[in-house]
Design a binder for this molecule. Structure first.
Ligand code: ADP
Ligand code: ZN
Length: 440
């Protein structure tokens, strides 16, 4: 039962030494369990890795990391460490970057996951008196059921709205006095336009106080814009299907990085090329080992997500380390004229400029033999219907500020609000039509 400000004080308040001792104990159990899976027996043998010889967390590093491709090759059931009849559910990733991967859960896995997500939600201030509207896709995507179970565990009134159907979302919020939402940040931004069309102001016309935002990279500027427009506090939520789903890392009320629950996951931050650990505070690829998964534990799983670890401990009293906002996936990065660019750099610039609306898209093309980068930017309604001179001024400003940030001068095109594709799921920020990229 939760005590005071902590859902699970016993785990949340462990000190560093205790966290590491617990990790070691759980790692031993996981490794032993893995030997029951056909995949791991082979994986260990090929790597010359002897699980019973692992005496420290550093010893785990002699095992090669796994990635999405490791999961994709062959029958996913070969990862199981339990008979298939003990599996009660499967989930699958959204398949943002290719074929989706399958993850199996036992009843105990679902229970542990529910507890973790409840811990996250409770940490941000969600209580049983809240009305929680889950605006994430249900079904195979983990953001639906993962949060649903946890919110029920806390005792909220849960509205399983699912994704999309914007007018109905707003209606539900107003009819049932929704106080907490779980939403993809780009969709929350888009929904502001729908509020406006309906002549509503979310600050005045809803009771929203907390938003849990995640599932895709987004900038601090986007968070601030949402907080300001809705009048809620927005907390960053990070997870991936391969580590059960949401609940891997989450912001506390201080909103300075996301605590990784290290009683449940071993976190490594590696240089994506050398696969060596990077110094604390330096950006690298997040690699996780699941410590509470019974059915299908994953060891040293490469996320392709880039972030860094905060060097100091958090003011909230939890010593679980914090990771920064995710800068993007290693495969989100694109190269134009020899310069490496992440979509989030573009977003940071755009959302800092007055007059920019709620959607943008980057289009890469080959013109002649050269790369061309176009940035399509929706502008706010009043700018669009205002003077041409103002539009031109805005376009020049965006071009100049982007050039300063990314060192390439893109072609900026201002477009009417509501004209760029706004999906219900994760936003597609980059459309790459370049010939040399397609040929790869
Ligand atoms: P897919 O890899 O198909 O998108 P998932 O649905 O499991 O599968 O999504 C997990 C991925 O979503 C993460 O690896 C990360 O790239 C992204 N993601 C999840 N939460 C966040 C967040 N808070 N910030 C940035 N990216 C996130
Ligand atoms: Zn904290």
């Amino acid at each position: 039962m939760p005590k005071g400000d902590f859902w699970n004080p016993e785990m949340e308040l462990l000190d560093r030494g205790e966290i590491e001792a617990l990790q070691m104990k759980r790692l031993r159990e996981v490794l032993e369990r893995c030997e029951r899976s056909p995949f791991y027996r082979e994986w260990f043998r090929e790597a010359g890795f002897y699980p019973h010889k692992v005496c420290s967390l550093a010893d785990l590093r002699s095992l090669p990391p796994m990635d999405k491709d490791t999961l994709r090759g062959g029958d996913p059931r070969r990862f199981l460490t339990v008979p298939l009849e003990d599996v009660v559910r499967l989930h699958s990733s959204s398949g943002t970057t290719g074929q989706a991967t399958v993850v199996f859960h036992t009843a105990r896995d679902i229970e542990a996951w529910t507890e973790l997500v409840a811990r996250c939600m409770y940490m941000t201030g969600v209580r049983r008196s809240d009305v929680f509207q889950n605006m994430m896709g249900y079904g195979l995507f983990t953001g639906g059921l993962g949060f649903h179970y946890a919110a029920e565990r806390i005792g909220c009134l849960v509205i399983p709205a699912g994704s999309g159907n914007s007018r109905r979302q707003i209606q539900l919020m107003r009819d049932f006095g929704t106080t907490v939402i779980h939403v993809i940040p780009s969709y929350a931004l888009y929904l502001l336009d729908v509020f406006r069309e309906l002549g509503l102001d979310p600050k005045r016309d809803t009771a929203l106080r907390i938003a849990l935002i995640g599932a895709e990279p987004h900038t601090e500027s986007l968070r601030l814009r949402l907080e300001e427009s809705y009048g809620f506090k927005a907390y960053n939520s990070y997870g991936l299907s391969e580590m059960s789903g949401p609940g891997v890392a989450f912001e506390c009320p201080f909103q300075e990085g996301m605590h990784v629950w290290e009683d449940s996951f071993i976190l490594e931050v590696l240089d994506p090329d050398s696969l060596e650990p990077v110094p604390v505070g330096e950006e690298g690829e997040l690699v996780f080992t699941s410590l509470h998964r019974e059915g299908m534990p994953l060891l040293r799983y490469r996320t392709r997500d880039l972030a860094y670890v905060y060097p100091d401990t958090c003011r909230c009293g939890r010593s679980h380390r914090r990771i920064s906002r995710i800068k993007g996936r290693t495969d989100d990065m694109f190269i134009v004229k020899g310069v490496n660019i992440f979509p989030m750099q573009v977003e940071r610039v755009l959302l800092g400029i007055l007059g920019v609306g709620s959607n943008y898209q980057i289009v890469l093309d080959t013109v002649g033999s050269r790369d061309e980068m176009r940035v399509l930017v929706e502008v706010s309604g009043d700018i669009w219907h205002g003077e041409v001179r103002e539009l031109n001024r805005l376009r020049r400003r965006i071009t100049e500020q982007l050039r300063r940030e990314i060192l390439v001068t893109p072609l900026v095109e201002l477009v009417e609000p509501g004209t760029l594709p706004a999906g219900e799921g994760k936003a597609v920020r980059v459309v790459d039509k370049r010939e040399h990229v397609r040929e790869e």
